[in-house]
Design a protein around this ligand. Sequence first.
Ligand code: GAR
Length: 203
Amino acid sequence: RTPVAILLSGRGSNATALIRAAQDPAFPARICLVLSNRPQAPGLDVARAAGLPTLAIDHRPYGKDRAAHERAMHAALEEAGAQAVCLAGYMRLLTPFLTQAWAGRMLNIHPSLLPSFPGLHTHERALEAGVRVHGCTVHLVTEGMDEGPILGQAAVPVLAGDTAETLAARVLRQEHQLYPQALLHFLTNHPPCASSADALLVA
Ligand code: GAR
């Protein structure tokens, strides 16, 4: 099974869905680390309760030095033996250092049908735009925010009387289905190389 790390910043409901899926021995990923930039993130408690290794690397002491924070995150991911990374509500923009280090093996879930509504406040913006269909996307992470190749999507209707909260809840239920499915599909169809260094050794 491919060792996969989860990065999160908050609640961790998508992390919970991934952790549950990976509790099935037939699932092609095992969660090797749950890593957060916020020491108080509830998602870390969920992971600890599941008996998984967790780590918080607080971004605040690094101030504006995003690169140094990302180097520490990257070292922790390598140390844990991660071969792929799932961003699950990781709410910091990544620099090219981390996106390039994990190119082709870092996934993200975003609460809209990309390429519509990249960025924040997706449910409010979907309501303002008057779309009738909304949803969520799992995609590979590239340098551009919410721009990488799409691995999977799930759609929900926008209903009369929806608020951002009711719409978000409808989308979130789909996120929890979609993310494990997309990871399963990704690992089954495109198992990531261990790392470029290992690939060179194998060659
Ligand atoms: C999820 O809705 C996820 O799609 C979104 O944050 C939420 C995290 O919830 N991610 C983004 O907006 C990324 N730009 P969770 O912590 O309960 O999984």
